[in-house]
Design a protein around this ligand. Structure first.
Ligand SMILES: Cc1cc2nc3c(=O)[nH]c(=O)nc-3n(C[C@H](O)[C@H](O)[C@H](O)COP(=O)(O)OP(=O)(O)OC[C@H]3O[C@@H](n4cnc5c(N)ncnc54)[C@H](O)[C@@H]3O)c2cc1C
Length: 377
C-alpha cells in the first residue's frame, strides 16, 4: 500500500524539502510494504517501536535541529517539519523518541547547562534516550501553577516528593523534566516559586504505575516521586524560573503537525475506499488549510519568533478536525464496518478521540490564550 503523504501536490516545498520529503516517504512506503509496521492512528503517542526509532536515527531524522556540536544534524525546523509530517501521515509508531525530539531537546538547548546538553542531546539524536513530560498532577492540569510536588534544598541538591499523572510513555522513558514547587505558593504571584529538574526515572524513590486506557492499552502512567534526590547539576536553568520554562516548552509541544494528523491514516483509508463523498472531501480541505497554517508555524520557529498563539489556533482547529474524522468514520461504517484494517483504525480513533482536545492544554484553555492575544479579555 502506498502512503498518502500530505505534501503530494499542495505544499510549496523548496527543492531541498521536496527531495527530503520524497526520501522519507520512500523509506516509509518500503517499511509498510515489508510489514515493518502497520500504519495506525495516534501512533505518535502510543506506538512504541525503538527499532524504528533507531532506523530513523540512522538516517539522520532525529535531532535534526540540534546543533552539530551537541551531536545533532544542524538542520532547519522546516526540514524537521517535513520529516515529522511524513511520519505522521504514514501512521508510523514513533512514540519512543517523539517527546525527546520535539520538546526535551529544544528545552535543553534553551535552558540546559553545557554539561546537560553534552550528556543528553547526542543520545537523543542517536535514538537512545527517551523523555516524558512531568507537568500534570492529580489536582493540577490546566492550572499548572497549583502543582504540589515539592522540592526541598539539601546538601548537594534537592529532595523531590509528589505525584505526576497522565505521564505518557514514562514506563519507556529515561527521564523527564519535573515541574516542582520550590517556594511556598504566594497567591499574589502564583507563577513564582516553581522550578524544573531533570529526574532520571531509574533514580531511587521513583515508582511508575500504569494507568490503562479505555481500550486496554498502556501509555499513561502515574509517577510517584518519594524523596527523590536530584543533584544540583540536574537543575534546569535557575531555581524559580520554572514557569517561563514550562510555557516555552508548551510552545514546542503544541505547535507541531501531530495536532492535526493523529487520525490522518483514517481519513486516507476513507478516501482510498471512496467513502463519504463530498463530506470526506470537506475534511481533506480542512486538513489542507491546517497543513499550510502549521507550515507557517514551523517557519516562525525557524525565525525564533513567538509562535504560541499561532500554535494555539492550529491546535484548536486541528484537534477538532482529528475528532471530527473519527466521528465521520464511525458514522460511515455504522452499517457496514468494512475490512479489518478500516475497523481497526476506526476503533482506535474512537477510543483515542477524547484525548485529542485535552492533551497539551485543553481547547477551552487555548481559546482563552487566543482571546487574550486578540485583546478580547
Ligand atoms: C492523551 C493524553 C496524554 C497526556 N499526556 C500527558 C503527559 O505526558 N504529561 C503530562 O504532564 N500531562 C499529560 N496529559 C495531561 C493533560 O495535559 C491534562 O489532561 C490537561 O492539561 C487538562 O488538565 P486536567 O485533566 O487536570 O483537566 P482540568 O484542568 O481539571 O480541566 C477540566 C475541564 O475544565 C476546563 N477548564 C479548566 N480551566 C479552564 C479555564 N481557565 N477556562 C476554561 N475552561 C477551563 C478544561 O478545558 C476541561 O474541560 C495528557 C492528557 C491526555 C488526554
Amino acid at each position: 500500500m502506498a502512503t498518502t503523504g500530505v505534501g503530494t501536490t499542495l505544499i510549496p516545498d523548496s527543492t531541498t524539502l521536496s527531495g527530503l520529503r520524497a526520501e522519507v516517504r520512500a523509506f516509509l512506503d518500503e517499511a509498510i510494504a515489508t510489514g515493518r509496521f502497520v500504519p495506525g492512528v495516534d501512533t505518535w503517542l502510543g506506538g512504541y517501536d525503538p527499532q524504528l526509532t533507531a532506523a530513523l536515527a540512522e538516517r539522520g531524522w532525529l535531532g535534526m535541529t540540534i546543533p552539530v556540536e551537541y551531536g545533532g544534524h544542524g538542520r532547519t525546523f522546516m526540514e524537521r517539519f517535513v520529516v515529522t509530517e511524513e511520519l505522521l501521515a504514514a501512521g508510523a509508531p514513533v512514540s519512543a523518541h517523539w517527546i525527546a525530539d520535539r520538546q526535551a531537546a529544544p528545552s535543553l538547548l534553551q535552558y540546559g547547562t553545557e554539561a546537560q546538553k553534552q550528556r543528553y542531546l547526542p543520545r537523543i539524536t542517536r535514538g537512545e534516550l527517551f523523555w516524558a513530560i512531568g507537568m500534570s498532577e492529580p489536582d493540577s492540569g490546566s492550572d499548572l501553577a497549583s502543582v504540589r510536588t515539592r522540592g526541598e534544598r539539601v546538601e548537594g541538591g534537592w529532595r523531590i516528593t509528589g505525584t505526576k499523572v497522565w505521564t505518557s510513555g514514562a514506563h519507556h522513558a529515561h527521564a523527564f523534566f519535573a515541574l516542582v514547587r520550590t517556594a511556598p505558593l504566594d497567591p499574589e504571584h502564583r507563577h513564582a516559586g516553581l522550578s524544573r529538574f531533570i529526574v532520571e526515572l531509574d533514580s531511587p524513590g521513583v515508582e511508575i504505575r500504569p494507568i490503562l486506557s479505555m481500550d486496554g492499552s498502556h501509555h499513561f502512567n502515574e509517577v510517584h516521586l518519594d524523596d527523590v534526590f536530584v543533584a544540583d547539576d540536574l537543575v534546569v536553568g535557575a531555581i524559580g524560573d520554572g514557569w517561563a520554562q514550562v510555557t516555552s516548552e508548551l510552545s514546542y509541544e503544541r505547535s507541531g503537525p501531530e495536532r492535526f494528523l493523529s487520525t490522518y491514516r483514517l481519513l486516507a483509508a476513507l478516501t482510498e475506499r471512496g467513502l463519504g463523498g463530498a463530506e470526506t472531501g470537506a475534511y481533506v480541505a480542512r486538513l489542507t488549510a491546517l497543513h499550510h497554517m502549521s507550515t507557517a508555524v514551523a517557519g516562525g520557529l525557524q525565525q525564533h519568533a513567538d509562535v504560541s498563539s499561532a500554535a494555539a489556533v492550529v491546535k484548536v482547529l486541528g484537534t477538532a478536525l482529528e475528532g471530527d474524522i473519527a466521528d465521520l468514520a464511525d458514522r460511515l461504517t455504522e452499517d457496514d464496518p468494512g475490512d479489518g484494517e478500516l475497523q481497526d483504525l476506526v476503533r482506535r480513533a474512537v477510543y483515542h478521540r477524547p484525548g485529542f482536545t485535552l492533551r497539551g492544554g485543553t481547547n477551552e484553555v487555548l481559546l482563552g490564550v487566543i482571546a487574550r492575544e486578540l485583546g478580547l479579555r
